[in-house]
Ligand binder design. Structure first.
Ligand SMILES: [Zn+2]
Ligand SMILES: [Zn+2]
Length: 437
């Protein structure tokens, strides 16, 4: 068996011995420590930008592991550094926010936590419905392993605990807080996401684009209110909004090249108060996904053109046409550095076995704010997925049973064992491969 670690560890451990040693150590740390920590995070999710207790706990855990910790970077973000001689600076990021979802997973440790939603002001249930509890627990496990293995690597390790990924605000906020200026600009950047659509424990890594680019768009339709029995006296924004929703579907179907991926989803359509009143306004909320700047421009320009012109079709005056507002909550696609991805694949296969590493292209157009760390200036990066669903759950679905719940669903559930363990092990293997003089 060949192993790129063999040369570094020849004096200490052979490659298979190292792999076995790491596997045993992570298994033991999971049983003794990380399982309880995961349970704590799972029961106590916090919403984007107000992850105060989660951040406090993460700062303590990383300090206890021996890292130099700075809190309140870009809001509740944390930067933890471990300097260990000459060599590269390598960054690993974990996002920590939960979602305003009431957990209905049926799990014994299901969250019953609530918080005041900073967007609506309402008290809402909170849930780790995207699995970020796996990410932060794994980050603590990684910190503990790397601190215990300082003779096996050289350089500086930077662990980032990021707020507000779900609102794609946190990475940008940390960058805007002079992240690289204050703590150094990494030579490599890494991150993973647990995935309910991959088999628990596997590493799914692509040499291309694991995540799409995303824009958040609002359309405000100004109508003219009237009695529901006198439509000729008004301009009905619900009818106009419906026409806009349907017309938008032609953008992907008829304007994008059939080999180019894009999504236009109208996720929310609000208007009106009562059966017999024609409302004077409608509000549409859209998510728009792309795989390139060119696709993005076609979709965003198309939305504006369709919304405004459908307003003209309805006979609205020029100063009352539908307004299209593209939010700042926008992210570019996440692109892996192909060479780095190939390098890490070899390291993972050597250490964790060929079967543990797969490259299954994603079918969805999920997005991430990780590229705010890596795009400008460009930092070679790899973003991988760790499977979180037992094979038997996929088998049950195939046999006509309940489908495997998706991320953000109230039914979402991840098997922390082995997902947390695979998260720690894959991260440590990647870091040991990169953190060499
Ligand atoms: Zn999510
Ligand atoms: Zn997520």
């Amino acid at each position: 068996m060949t192993n790129r670690f063999a040369c570094f560890f020849a004096v200490f451990l052979t490659a298979p011995a190292l792999a076995a040693d790491l596997n045993d150590a992570v298994r033991k740390d999971y049983d003794d420590y990380l399982a309880d920590l995961f349970d704590h995070f799972h029961r106590n999710p916090e919403l984007s930008t107000i992850e105060f207790e989660t951040a406090r706990r993460m700062a303590k855990e990383l300090r206890d592991a021996g890292f130099d910790v700075t809190e309140n970077v870009g809001g509740t973000g944390i930067v933890a550094l471990l300097e260990n001689g000459p060599g590269p600076l390598v960054m690993m990021r974990a996002d920590m926010d939960g979602l305003p979802v009431e957990e209905k997973s049926g799990l014994e440790n299901a969250s019953r936590a609530t918080q005041t939603d900073p967007i609506t002001g309402n008290t809402v249930f909170t849930m780790h419905a995207c699995g970020h509890d796996v990410h932060i627990t794994s980050l603590v496990g990684t910190a503990r392993q790397m601190a215990a293995r300082k003779d096996a690597w050289s350089g500086t390790l930077m662990l980032i605990v990021q707020p507000a990924e779900e609102r794609v605000l946190g990475a940008r906020a940390m960058k805007d807080d002079d992240l690289w200026g204050r703590f150094g600009r990494p030579d490599y950047a890494l991150a993973f996401h647990v995935s309910s659509s991959d088999v628990a424990g596997v590493i799914n890594v692509s040499e291309g684009m694991p995540y799409a680019g995303a824009d958040t768009v609002d359309i405000i339709i100004h109508g003219v209110g009237a009695h529901g029995a006198s439509p000729h006296r008004g301009k009905d924004p619900i009818v106009l909004g419906s026409q806009i929703v349907l017309a938008l579907q032609t953008l992907v179907a008829r304007e994008l090249s059939p080999r180019e991926a894009g999504v236009v989803t109208v996720g929310s359509f609000h208007s009106g108060t009562k059966h017999n009143i024609i409302s004077d306004e409608a509000h549409l909320q859209l998510t728009v996904r792309n795989t390139s700047e060119e696709t993005r421009n076609i979709l965003l320009n198309g939305i504006k053109r369709i919304a405004e012109n459908m307003g003209r079709v309805a006979g609205l005056p020029e100063d009352r046409l539908p307004e299209v507002i593209v939010s700042d909550e926008s992210v570019p696609p996440t692109r892996n550095n192909a060479e780095l991805a190939r390098r890490l694949k070899v390291a993972w296969a050597d250490s964790m076995g060929d079967d543990a590493v797969v490259d299954i292209p994603t079918k969805g157009m999920g997005a991430e704010d990780f590229p705010f760390f890596t795009d400008d200036p460009e930092i070679p990066s790899v973003y991988w997925a760790i499977g979180g669903t037992p094979q038997k759950d996929f088998d049950t679905e195939m046999a006509g049973g309940p489908p495997v719940p998706s991320h953000h669903s109230p039914l979402f559930k991840i098997s922390p064992e082995p997902a947390v363990r695979a998260g720690v092990e894959s991260t440590v293997v990647a870091l040991l491969a990169l953190l060499q003089e």
